[in-house]
Design a binder for this molecule. Structure first.
Ligand code: NAG
Ligand code: NAG
Length: 501
């Protein structure tokens, strides 16, 4: 009896659990199963079902077919998670074309779009979070059409032909976090251009690839929560103190590929939280010793490559206590003074000096680069890189490039072979594949440095101490071999204190 009763109770329990599972499954899975309209109704658009709704793609077609497909969708009342219209002929987005549709991400890309009628998007205000109108023929911001998009987070207007941003161009987009206008023809940004965006929401603004001749300070200064400002590839020839006022939360500023010739005092003094600054690809010859004031506590990444800087701007850099990544590639640096990195070098992990004109490096130049992991000296004019130059950094270095220098095969390069050998033990084949060549002057021919026997490097009978002392007698800086060490030091000191001002 007891057994039978127990069995009966178990049966009821199982049945109940089964029922609960069934109901639970129905309640939780059924609403998420979406369905595409019939292929025939949608053609030539393609539809797939995604977890959060339909994913629709219409390519290489025209307005009439797209309108037809939208009509087919209106019957289905499904969430359209992605609607992607690409490579079409869609010069005009007509009023009410999406009426009755719940679209979350809308892309109209490379479709000759030039006119966005005022009521074409207004019905999407409650659901649309991303709008991508890139690579079209818009000549101005279709402000009236945007006004209702109160849930939009990302707006992409890249690769259009917009020439000016007029006042309140984005009014109504009060949830926008990312606005990108890369590669337009913007020359003018009126001072209230961004009024109507919520300055607490906007995190990223891309104005790169335009025709701006100056930083649009008055339009930008209210964005006190902006994290990233891209304004590269414009025609900005001058920046000055105050240009970035108000942008107190900025983390990353990209000013590369403009026409700056100098970085004046206090140019970034309002950007106390800035972590990354890109100034590469300008024509900078002069960096004021106060240029980076205000960036002391947070700047870690600094790119100054592809400019016309003729020395390491040590005086300006010295205040940057947190600097980790310093890129000075493709400049016109011929001299690295002995104190080039004193006072700020010990936090640097990455130093790029490739494609400069460096002929000699004095013995103590790298002395306080205590954290250096990557050093690039490729493509300079170095004939010798003596052991005592490298000695302070050789233990922390994981990556060094000395290729494309007129290196002479002599014993001063012994450190490199040792370093490489240790690395090879660590099985790093990227480094061992590098072909670092040196020239045996007596033979007028080149050898692969890592394959050259030590005895050919003139090292026979020389131990480390002898190598060092013979180097110590060599000129310490850029001066010729005839000066004494003391004189050379004076000359280097003179270079370090005045050369970069
Ligand atoms: C843009 O779309 C046209 C068709 O309208 C296509 O031929 C062209 O290759 C597309 N361009 C790009 C860059 O995708
Ligand atoms: C590089 O600097 C040297 C002087 O150190 C100067 O003669 C030369 O014109 C500079 N090169 C460029 C491209 O400005």
């Amino acid at each position: 009896m007891a057994t039978a009763g127990g069995g009966g109770g178990g049966g009821v329990l199982v049945a109940t659990l089964w029922w609960i599972c069934l109901m639970w499954g129905w309640a939780h899975v059924a609403p998420q199963t979406h369905q595409c309209p019939s292929h025939h109704d949608l053609a030539p658009c393609a539809c797939t079902v995604k977890k959060n709704g339909l994913d629709l793609l219409c390519e290489f077609t025209d307005q009439q077919h797209i309108t037809h497909a939208m009509t087919a969708l209106k019957g289905s009342s499904e969430v359209i998670f992605y609607l992607k219209l690409r490579h079409n002929s869609l010069p005009k987005l007509q009023d009410f074309v999406f009426l009755g549709l719940d679209i979350r991400h809308l892309t109209i890309h490379n479709s000759s779009l030039a006119v966005v009628e005022e009521s074409s998007l207004s019905s999407l205000g409650k659901g649309l979070t991303q709008l991508d109108l890139s690579q079209n023929g818009l000549i101005s911001v279709p402000s009236a059409a945007f006004r209702n998009l109160h849930h939009l987070l990302i707006l992409n207007l890249n690769h259009n032909r917009i020439t000016a941003i007029h006042n309140k161009a984005f009014e109504g987009l009060d949830t926008l976090e990312i606005l990108t206008l890369y590669e337009n023809k913007i020359m003018t940004i009126e001072s209230d251009a961004f009024k109507g965006l919520d300055n607490r929401k906007l995190k990223r603004l891309n104005l790169g690839g335009n025709e701006l001749q100056s930083v649009p300070t008055s339009a930008l200064s209210s964005f006190d929560m902006l994290k990233k400002l891209e304004i590269q590839e414009n025609l900005i020839s001058e920046i000055s103190e105050g240009d970035f006022q108000g942008l107190q939360s900025l983390d990353s500023l990209i000013l590369g590929h403009n026409q700056l010739m100098e970085v004046p005092a206090r140019a970034f003094s309002h950007l106390n939280l800035l972590n990354s600054l890109e100034l590469d690809g300008n024509q900078i010859t002069h960096i004021h010793s106060e240029a980076f004031r205000g960036l002391e506590e947070n700047l870690q990444y600094l790119r100054l490559g592809d400019n016309n800087i003729h020395c390491v701007p040590s005086d300006a850099l010295r205040r940057l206590h947190r600097l980790r990544h310093l890129d000075l590639r493709s400049n016109n640096i011929s001299v690295v003074p002995e104190d080039a990195f004193t006072g700020f070098g010990d936090t640097i992990t990455f130093l790029n000096l490739q494609k400069n004109d460096i002929r000699t490096i004095p013995s103590l130049a790298f002395e306080n680069l205590n954290s250096l992991e990557t050093l690039n000296l490729q493509n300079n004019k170095l004939k010798h890189i003596p052991e005592e130059v490298m000695e302070p950094i050789v233990d922390t270095l994981r990556n060094i490039d000395i290729m494309d220098n007129p290196l002479e095969c002599d014993c001063t390069l012994r450190w490199y072979r040792e370093w490489l050998k240790n690395l090879r033990d660590k099985d790093d084949d990227v480094m061992t594949k590098k072909r670092t060549l040196c020239t045996m002057t007596s033979e007028h021919r080149e050898y692969k440095l890592q394959e050259l026997p030590l005895e050919r490097m003139n090292c026979v009978g020389k131990n480390l101490e002898q190598t060092s002392s013979s180097n110590a007698a060599e000129p310490r800086g850029f001066c010729t071999g005839t000066v004494t060490t003391a004189l050379a030091t004076v000359a280097v000191a003179a270079v370090s204190s005045s050369y970069c001002l």
